[in-house]
Ligand binder design. Sequence first.
Ligand code: HEC
Length: 162
Amino acid sequence: MEITLKITIILILLTLFSCNKKEAYQPVQGKWIKGTEQEKLKMIETQFRGFDKAMIEVGYRYQELYWAGEDENWEYANYQLQKINKAIKLGLQRRPKRAASAENFLDYVIPEVRKSIQEKDKKLFQNNFQMMRNNCTICHSVERVPSFTVRIPTERQSPIGK
Ligand code: HEC
């Protein structure tokens, strides 16, 4: 092959390579999550929200847990309790300042309710559920939302039930 042709091919390849490399470092922009990597992370964090989102979920699951116990649907009760546990833990990742108030709830309250579910003991479950309810309200007081009194559910919210 002629030397000039060889050089031309090498130059073309080099240009292509450098273009690709440049493109690889361009941050991908979404439809509305835009900006630098840092700006985008901040936006995503804001959209995930704080402890309120965890609590909306916990509030719903708390009601489902109650009715699952009334129905003695222990599998569903266990499912809801696990999700309450998870929602609070994920909420604490977003708002670590609330971790101290959640400690007793995660380490004592939830395991006690779990025990009554495992034993399929409705009476024990109802007692532990009351204890859980009190602890929900206690945390609200400690975390400066004392007017958020948690009550025993009176109506079913979801289509799941016996
Ligand atoms: C770690 C403490 C803590 C525990 C435990 C806790 N909460 Fe909360 N809860 C909060 C805080 C703090 C808020 C207010 C959140 C905010 O201002 O962003 C809240 C708010 C709420 C709300 C209102 C959510 C909304 O924005 O509409 C509900 C409902 C709720 N909690 C239910 C419960 C229930 C039910 C339990 C128990 C199963 C519980 N919470 C346990 C701290 C806690």
